[in-house]
Design a protein around this ligand. Sequence first.
Ligand code: B12
Length: 229
Amino acid sequence: VIEKIIQQSLVAGNEYIYGYADLRNQLVDKYTELPYGIVICRKLDDGIIDSIEKGPNLPYLNLYREVNLELSMVSQNIVKQLHSINYSALAIAPTLESEDHTPEYFKTLRLDFSHKMVATKAGLGWIGKTDLFISYKYGPRVRLVSILTNYPVNYSKKTVQESECGDCTLCLEQCPAKAASGELWNIQKDRDEFYNAFKCRDTCREFKIGDSPICGICVSVCPIGKLNA
Ligand code: B12
């Protein structure tokens, strides 16, 4: 049933990967009634991602906005369908709107929910040196959204526990913020041990397209999922 619900909710003509995760023991209290995660990764346009190798541009900002909207709609539609067959479900927004930034967020640059965590638990990929989710199929060229539910999904038994970046250093060399230490990720390693979100954020602010702080160079230069790497 869930496969059908997801398939019907995805936008025809766009490429996605999705998976299921067991999130028991991974969630903050307010979500523990919804212990399973569905994560949907929407493939980003290669032409646009290739074009931001040296810095972001307006087409990239527009893509980012468009895909956020699309993923919000897709995830809300899945939630609606799950409700209609009497399961509980909640969509977690792809991103944080600036009006929702709390003082706590500004102190930590963290939310209480990580889409990337659901994606590694679903076995779809790992966390790269600049803290991007690197999917096996499309590399980091994806945006993510998650749905939490009590629907008993057939969750992945093969979770990804460590980085598969090896000795590649392209993203950290090209990162204009020098935000990453080069250390390889594993599930015991916190973000702040290998990647400095504040440095990244400050450089995004310097680039700024319109009013929006944005970068994406690490997404563009990663050889995984890049057609002509
Ligand atoms: C806050 C935020 C930022 C901050 C901080 C970034 C950061 N890396 O934490 C700033 C403003 C700097 C930022 C910048 C960007 N962001 Co941002 N951001 C977010 C947001 C809203 C929350 C992230 C968060 O809470 N981080 C806190 C830490 C703790 O979590 P995490 O980094 O997500 O993942 C860690 C753990 O969860 C862990 N993990 C993975 N598996 C497992 C398993 C277990 C068992 C455990 C315990 C942990 C664990 O791995 C990570 C390292 O520890 C997410 C959306 C979301 N709700 O997930 C988007 C998100 C991370 N951003 C995204 C993007 C694309 C960007 C930018 C490229 C901006 C742009 N659009 O141009 C840059 C690049 C940043 C980079 N290299 O990471 C995408 C990432 C897509 C991808 N392929 O990885 C996301 C997921 C949005 C989305 N819907 O797709 N962002």
